[in-house]
Design a protein around this ligand. Structure first.
Ligand SMILES: Cc1cc2nc3c(=O)[nH]c(=O)nc-3n(C[C@H](O)[C@H](O)[C@H](O)COP(=O)(O)O)c2cc1C
Length: 212
């Protein structure tokens, strides 16, 4: 499978077989992830791989409880139902063989530091960070991981939905590296035989503008 084929073959998989993903395969995907570009090559990512079934189940329970608590904010039963209807998308890592928790740290922008020390306005400082470079680099790394997994025959789902429970998840996982916080998760496993096709894309006409 070449790169373009992997790009087209990748889709979000939310149902997995009960089959182990060997550690050396996960390491290959992580190697691919770390080949991604990152702002000023700061490589501000860190990956924690959870394969412990009990821990994965606990994580899913934490996300469910957090989502239910948030649902209590909704004033009507109808809104609460709509809120709860997405829970399956936030806990679909429950039956994955591995969950890769992606931690990220701040992108240290040298200009930001200088301008801040020189009393730049909040407007200027906000403009500097508006590209959210740290998150963009992490997204690039995750996509590399997903493509490598696809090429190796595995199913994946990129997830940020569960991050509403990030404080509790961070506490459960107990990974501590100064300045790093939980940004996203990747559900990884051997796909069920029948999983939904990837949804259609917007046409290029809708999303592309050439300026010649
Ligand atoms: C940043 C990001 C966060 C996402 N979070 C979730 C999530 O929490 N749960 C989920 O089931 N899918 C999640 N997805 C997957 C999208 O729903 C999926 O990519 C989209 O519907 C297109 O489908 P495809 O991946 O099969 O092409 C996320 C994707 C991205 C890029």
């Amino acid at each position: 499978m070449n790169t373009i084929e992997a790009i087209y073959a990748r889709k979000s998989v939310r149902k997995f077989k009960d089959e182990v993903v060997p550690k050396e395969d996960i390491l290959k995907m992580l190697e691919a992830a770390t080949q991604a570009p990152s702002p000023k090559h700061q490589q501000n990512w860190n990956f924690v791989v959870v394969t412990n079934r009990e821990l994965i189940n606990k994580m899913a329970d934490i996300v469910t409880a957090s989502h239910e608590r948030l649902g209590e904010i909704a004033k009507t039963e109808k809104d609460r139902k709509i809120h709860m209807s997405v829970i399956k998308y936030y806990t679909c890592f429950r039956n994955a063989q591995a969950v890769v928790i992606v931690y990220g740290s701040e992108y240290k922008m040298i200009e930001y530091k200088i301008l801040k020390e020189n009393n730049a306005s909040k407007e200027v400082l906000d403009m500097l960070v508006s590209a959210q470079s740290a998150a963009q680099g992490i997204g690039a790394a995750v996509e590399n991981f997903l493509l490598a997994a696809t090429e190796m025959g595995y199913g994946t789902c990129y997830m940020t939905g569960p991050t509403h429970a990030k404080a509790e998840l961070e506490e459960l996982i107990g990974f501590e590296k100064p300045g790093f916080e939980l940004m996203s998760m990747i559900a990884l496993g051997v796909s069920e035989d029948e999983t939904p096709a990837k949804p259609p894309r917007k046409s290029l006409e809708d999303v592309v503008t050439f300026i010649d």
